[in-house]
Ligand binder design. Structure first.
Ligand code: MRU
Length: 354
């Protein structure tokens, strides 16, 4: 079961992004040929989802190098390096919470530094190759996570998910939704409740679109319905994604995740986060240190172009929250399922990367 759309594509020095702001009404694409256009695409959520913005930003670094290539000659190497560093931090700042963005940009910058004495053609082709690899490996990682995570799903199960963690949030297939799709592909009898995910409605607009396309039996719910379903024993497990996981297993994810984790803990429902290892920030000891993006008030005061709150009303609009590790039953990764105590299971993963 392949999805019939591409979230991220790259050809003829153009990054082509499925415009997620327009879904599900319109399937349209945005073309980026400069790193500033890439930064805007991430900031304005044309593309969103931790792994997807990582892969997108990697192409942004390549486009920056291409733009600056005229600076690359014997006398101007320093100017080229400085421009690359500036472009990298400009891209990283577009969205502060998901660590995959900084992870991908750092990988690209390291590759540039490794090659900076080489010809511009070598630099450009290696950077493009690395961006393609990041995109391709993300899909492989998601497929692997899908297989590993599906083992947790009973033959018949009702699953609740939050936000969008599918092909749209990644280079393809998806993280938590990838696990759910794999279980469905394996013939399991599953039913999915998708939270609408206020205020950006990633659940209503994007997850519902993906579930419909995949033909997975499902229902859309407003976020506040989850409590009743969980209390009434209607949910066998919750699976959602993650934007940054701290070294102690605290999971930072879409706003509303923490609330679900508390409900799961109270009513004894397993609560899983599915993330690629690139979402684990080994340098951050706990979730307290994760920067939480605050977004525009209009996301809350309006639905689409319709104003729903009075003029002048103050708004507090954090895009993410942190779920403490003690509420997390397990973390599904492409390298296996991590269980508490997370400080040691995550440390084991870190060792495999050295
Ligand atoms: O603000 P978004 O849409 O970029 O946030 C994405 C999420 O929070 C997803 O739920 C997610 O878990 C990470 S992407 C697989």
């Amino acid at each position: 079961m392949e999805e019939n759309f591409k979230t991220i594509d790259f050809f003829e020095d153009t990054l082509v992004l499925l415009d997620q702001r327009a879904l599900p009404k319109r399937v349209t694409y945005v073309h980026c040929t400069t790193y500033k256009e890439v930064e805007f695409a991430i900031r304005d959520m044309i593309v969103r989802g931790a792994p997807a913005i990582g892969a997108t930003a990697a192409y942004g670094v390549y486009l920056a190098a291409r733009e600056f290539s005229s600076l690359h000659n014997q006398t101007d190497d320093e100017a080229f390096s400085a421009a690359m560093e500036d472009a990298a931090s400009y891209l990283i700042k577009s969205r502060p919470t998901a660590v995959n963005l900084a992870w991908a940009v750092d990988l690209m910058l390291k590759e540039y530094k490794r090659l900076k004495e080489e010809s511009i053609d070598t630099i450009l082709s290696s950077l493009l190759n690395l961006a393609d690899t990041i995109k391709r490996e993300d899909i492989q990682t998601n497929r692997m996570m899908g297989k590993i995570g599906s083992a947790l799903i009973p033959e018949k199960a009702t699953i609740l998910t939050h936000c969008n963690t599918g092909a749209l949030a990644t280079a393809g297939w998806g993280t938590a939704l990838g696990v759910i799709k794999t279980a469905f592909e394996e013939g399991k009898d599953i039913f999915v409740y998708a939270d609408e995910t206020r205020p950006r409605l990633q659940g209503a607009r994007l997850t519902a679109w993906e579930l419909t396309q995949a033909g997975i039996p499902s229902a859309l719910i407003s976020d506040s319905v989850a409590a009743t379903l969980i209390r009434d024993g209607k949910i066998d497990l919750v699976i959602l994604g993650g934007d940054r996981v701290a070294a102690n297993g605290d999971v930072c994810n879409k706003i509303g995740t923490f609330m679900l984790s508390v409900l799961c803990k109270v009513y004894g429902v397993p609560f899983y986060s599915a993330v690629p290892v690139s979402t684990i920030d080994f340098s951050i000891a706990s979730g307290k240190d994760i920067p939480i993006e605050l977004r525009a008030s209009e996301e809350v005061t309006r639905i689409g172009s319709e104003q729903i709150a009075p003029d002048g009303m103050q708004v507090y609009n954090p895009a993410f929250d942190v779920t403490p590790n003690e509420n997390v039953t397990g973390i599904i990764t492409e390298k296996g399922i991590l269980y508490p105590p997370y400080t040691s299971s995550i440390e084991e993963i870190r060792k495999t990367l050295q």
